[in-house]
Design a protein around this ligand. Structure first.
Ligand code: T1G
Length: 688
């Protein structure tokens, strides 16, 4: 049975046992109802404890939500009704993570005891849902609307101590089960009325309507375009303004609305795709990753410093190597500044920063790397320099050490050839800023061993990153797709669009920043330098706009003007930029025209998808979902649209084919629809 029943003296213990995360499947729900009824009917039983083998339930079974089994009775609401109609006290014993429906189950109990390291929360918005089993109501009634809004609209989970402060739990104990049984017993013996969270009113009286209105405004900005956070706010407002039964009904209505939304399907796709991306054929779970106890990073610049911070934050001692003490001093200074900024923003405690900094060592000597388990090179994109560094690493790092490169575009095999251990050479492409961005593109060379892959995929999770495996090609997955997106933005400028229009369309779609603003942020000189290294097919051309910008010193934010004029970080339309663009149109003999927003969106996103199809075709990416994870976590594609490949499938892959067939005559053969795209269109979707 997925819920075991046992007696501990005069207390019935219902232990949920449904690996891997004790999700509240139909079997578990049935077991809970039977267990509660059995305990209620047993005169020898004074109280009930609900616990779990391992971690407390991580929520409703998301597979059942997708396939509808979550609606098979008894649904979670039925279990909760059974609990609230029982005359005997029910106490939750929380270990591990009580999330979503799991925490809602605990909130329905008369009391809750948690272990010191337990965490709990209602992360439904991350799946495009809101709590659907009274979570917005009981949480608000126990902890008040402000705490509820902060936790439920973000989906954050709370440490036990914070939950205790907020009144969400009643006690913290080293042995929650024993403590819960004792509490159940004392509640029964006290003979007093049993308090239900759903009947509490002290925290929802006299709530300032301005609080909810202010939050609604904040959410509309922070979660632009997303339904669930706003509906969570609506449900919390109902808890404070409507009769109890009506408020619970409204929550359920909002939950069902979210469940039916395309955003929920997209976010559940992302949830599964992120976990699928960890699975590599030929690298089975039986292949234990090498332990990474000490690391080295070569190059103490922006990327190297950020990567070193990732190791330090994960508690792994790391040695930063650079050519001089001055370079290292500069690099460490930049690291300290970044940490200080996090402390100032309240993101990190000062003690944590001191601890992390204590784990970062520096050296100018390769001899100092004699005991590292991995060395990651993060210097600028100079092939000769990289080969020189790898030759030295091969000589000085221990024989078992993995030698990784953070290159964003150079050939892994060429770098591996500079060593005697190509099977231990791999790409680990971090995204800037490395200590913030969660995506890690691990790039396999021709000789990279399964053991090396297993190690860097596991290391990604140790560093709190989201790993995706990429094959070895120019630009790997993300940057390879990006070049089409950036190039097409300039073609649209040539034909009549403006930077403001293009960026407005893309930002309205859900990206945080449009392509031209991105160019100005990264630096148009940088963009032009990267482009110079890219090979064009004979029937292709780059727009001269980016080169013109770079040559005229319109570098972007760093020079105060680029595609826009900048007042601080504020961007303004710049007539001089438009004049430069119009001059290019004239030189090319292009009659500028009004371009519809829909055309802009299609011509920017469809090439991404077409290139993604080629990446699938060539085996550079294992699955379409992997490409989605890259583009969401590395390039700002809105997660609530599922990523480029998922979104294209919802749009209809035939539309992508249509756009590419229109563009190919003027753009070149590489813009023709990919074979894999045509196949997927015929099959109605990406099979992998
Ligand atoms: N249902 C079914 N399977 C789940 C699951 C769930 N809720 N959560 C995780 N799994 C699977 C996951 O797909 C993976 O499968 C395996 O468990 C290990 O997960 C009514 C409606 C709990 C923090 O959003 O955050 O309750 O890949 O790799 O890194 O209002 O899983 O092995 O085949 O993530 O240790 C709300 C989602 C649901 C929590 C553990 N709950 N899960 O992390 O393991 S909606 C959530 C997580 C809901 C109510 C609403 C994490 C974790 P496979 P994992 P992990």
């Amino acid at each position: 049975m997925a819920t075991n029943y046992r007696l501990e003296a005069d207390v019935a213990v219902l232990e949920i046992d449904n690996p891997p995360v004790n999700a509240l499947s139909l079997l578990v729900r049935e077991g809970l109802v039977q267990g509660i009824r059995r305990a209620a009917a047993d005169g020898a039983v004074k109280g009930i404890v609900i616990g779990a083998r391992g971690s407390f339930p991580a929520g409703a079974d998301i597979n059942e939500i997708a396939n509808g089994l979550a609606f098979a009775p008894p649904i979670l609401l039925d279990v909760q009704a059974e609990m609230e109609s029982t005359a005997k006290p029910i106490v939750a014993a929380i270990c591990g993570t009580a999330l979503g429906g799991g925490f809602e189950l605990a909130l329905t109990c008369h009391a809750r005891v948690a272990s010191p390291d337990a965490r709990m929360g209602l992360p439904e918005v991350k799946l495009g849902l809101i709590p659907g089993a009274g979570g917005t109501q009981r949480f608000t009634r126990l902890a008040g609307p402000e705490a509820a809004l902060e936790a439920i609209t973000s989906g954050m989970n709370l440490p036990a101590a914070r939950a205790l402060d907020l009144g969400l739990i009643d006690a913290i104990a080293a042995d929650p089960l024993a403590e819960a049984a004792a509490l159940a017993r004392s509640l029964a013996n006290s003979g007093g009325p049993l308090r239900l969270a759903s009947e509490r009113t002290d925290r929802i009286m006299g709530v300032d309507p301005g609080l909810i209105a202010a939050w609604r405004q904040k959410l509309a900005k922070r979660y632009r375009g997303q339904l669930a956070p706003l509906r969570a706010c609506d449900a919390i407002e109902a808890a404070c303004t409507r009769e109890r039964a009506e408020a619970f009904k409204l929550e359920r209505q909002y939950y069902l609305e979210c469940r039916e939304s395309p955003q929920r399907r997209a976010l559940m796709h992302v949830f599964h795709a992120e976990r699928e991306a960890r699975k590599i054929p030929g690298v089975g779970a039986d292949l234990a990753p090498q332990p990474i106890r000490r690391a080295a990073v070569i190059g103490s610049g922006t990327m190297g410093g950020g990567i070193a911070m990732c190791f330090a934050d994960a508690g792994i001692p790391v040695t930063l190597l650079d050519v001089s003490r001055e370079a290292l001093a500069h690099g460490l200074g930049a690291i300290r500044e970044r940490y200080a900024a996090s402390v100032a923003r309240g993101r990190l405690a000062k003690e944590k920063v001191e601890w992390a900094l204590s784990l970062i060592g520096t050296t100018t000597e390769y001899e100092a790397l004699a005991n590292v388990d991995i060395a990651i090179e993060a210097v600028f994109e100079d092939p000769a320099l990289k080969r020189e560094i790898f030759t030295k690493l091969d000589r000085h790092a221990p024989a078992h050490a993995i030698l990784a490169t953070n290159t964003s575009s150079l050939d892994i095999d060429t770098i591996a050839a500079a060593t005697s251990r190509p099977q231990q050479v791999v790409g680990t492409h971090f995204f800037s800023p490395a200590h913030v961005m969660r995506l890690l593109e691990n790039v396999r060379g021709a000789q990279t061993s399964p053991q090396t892959l297993a190690t860097v995929m596991a290391l990604a999770r140790t560093l709190g990153k989201i790993p995706v495996l990429a094959g070895n090609c120019d630009g790997f997955i993300g940057n390879r797709m990006l070049q089409y997106y950036g190039a097409e933005a300039e073609r649209l400028l040539e034909e009549g669009a403006t930077p403001e229009q293009i960026d407005r369309v893309i930002e309205a779609f859900g990206f945080a920043m449009g392509p031209l603003a991105m160019r100005d942020l990264a630096g148009n000189d940088v963009g032009w330098a990267i482009r110079r290294n890219r090979r064009l097919a004979p029937d292709e051309r780059w727009s001269p706009i980016l080169q013109r910008m770079a040559e005229q010193g319109r570098l972007g934010q760093k020079s105060g003007r680029g595609f826009y004029r900048y007042e601080g970080r504020e961007r303004r339309a710049d007539p001089e930029a438009l004049a430069l663009i119009e001059a290019v149109s004239r030189e090319l003999g292009i009659e500028r025209r009004q371009i519809a927003d829909e055309e802009i969106l299609a011509r920017l996103l469809h090439p991404l998808v077409n290139e993604g199809a080629k990446i699938l075709e060539e085996g550079i990416a294992l699955r379409a979902g992997d490409i989605d994870i890259v583009y969401i976590n590395g390039y700002g594609f809105p997660a609530y649209k599922g990523g480029p490949m998922f979104w294209a499938q919802q749009e209809g892959l035939g539309k992508i084919i249509e756009t590419m067939e229109k563009l190919a005559p003027s753009h070149g053969r590489r813009w023709l629809p990919a074979q894999r795209l045509r196949q997927a269109a015929e099959k109605g979707g990406w099979t992998s």
